[in-house]
Write a protein that binds this ligand. Structure first.
Ligand code: FES
Length: 247
């Protein structure tokens, strides 16, 4: 789910740039031609006008046309790299360019999935009940203090997050790489029994994780879900892929 499409950089298509540039210079050429025609018409009315003036006018028109065409090519060459450099390419993003996400529109209790370095990244807006559920899970999970290095230092805490209400996780099971399912709801409605406190369930081999991505004891997954490097630029904007310590 992508809820911040309006924040995506506006993409300029190379074809549009070319068309715009060509049209601009085309208008300049046409303008020059009209001016020349007016001048030529005036000259033709002049009794003293000679045939050589007419030849000069044609040469000038051709020269303007050539100059305009050269200008158009130069303009395209100058504008294109500038426009293209304004935005990270898909290749750069796939290679790991940081990803900025507006989390302000995620309703409490809801989660979105983004893609960073070709992996799903979950951002869960935890409610107070969810935070409490994490605390109640301490004795059910294998590594409650996140001793294994599955998170940056600033997320090595009980909630595995910078801000208690926002959890950022790589949504890939640490067993064999399946993508766990959201089982955010507690109790029977989750299908995981009345004792379930909410979290994630890997359908491949049944590993369970709590609402901080901590793996349950006895699961085949050997470690908690990975917390990617991230930082908060503002209260509601998170940059995934950079380690600057945020708010
Ligand atoms: S891949 Fe998740 S439990 Fe095996």
């Amino acid at each position: 789910m992508h809820i911040y499409n309006d924040l995506q950089p506006k993409r300029y298509n190379l074809g549009s740039v070319l068309r715009y540039t060509a049209r601009f210079f085309g208008e300049q050429i046409l303008h020059g031609q009209v001016a020349d025609q007016m001048e030529e018409h005036s000259n033709s009315e002049d009794q003293g006008d000679s045939a050589s003036n007419s030849v000069d006018t044609k040469k000038r028109r051709i020269l303007i046309g050539v100059t305009g065409a050269v200008g158009a090519v130069a303009g395209i060459g100058a504008v294109t790299p500038f426009v293209m450099s304004m935005f990270p390419s898909e290749r750069a993003r796939a290679a790991g360019a940081p990803l900025e996400v507006d989390v302000g529109n995620i309703e409490p209790g809801m989660m979105i999935t983004e893609e960073w370095r070709g992996k799903p990244v979950w951002i869960l807006h935890r409610t107070a009940e969810m935070i409490e559920a994490v605390r109640k899970s301490d004795d059910k999970v294998a590594d409650p203090d996140s001793r294994l290095p599955m998170q940056p230092d600033y997320a090595q805490n009980e909630l595995r997050s910078i801000k208690p209400d926002y959890l950022v996780l790589v949504g890939i099971c640490t067993h064999l790489g399946c993508s766990p399912s959201q089982k955010l709801e507690a109790g029977e409605a989750s299908g995981l029994g009345a004792e379930w406190l909410g979290g994630f369930f890997c359908p491949c081999h049944g590993s369970r994780f709590d609402l901080a991505g901590r793996v349950y004891k006895g699961a085949l997954a050997p470690a908690n879900l990975d917390v990617p490097p991230h930082t908060f630029l503002t209260d509601t904007r998170v940059l995934i892929g950079e380690d600057r310590k945020g708010a």
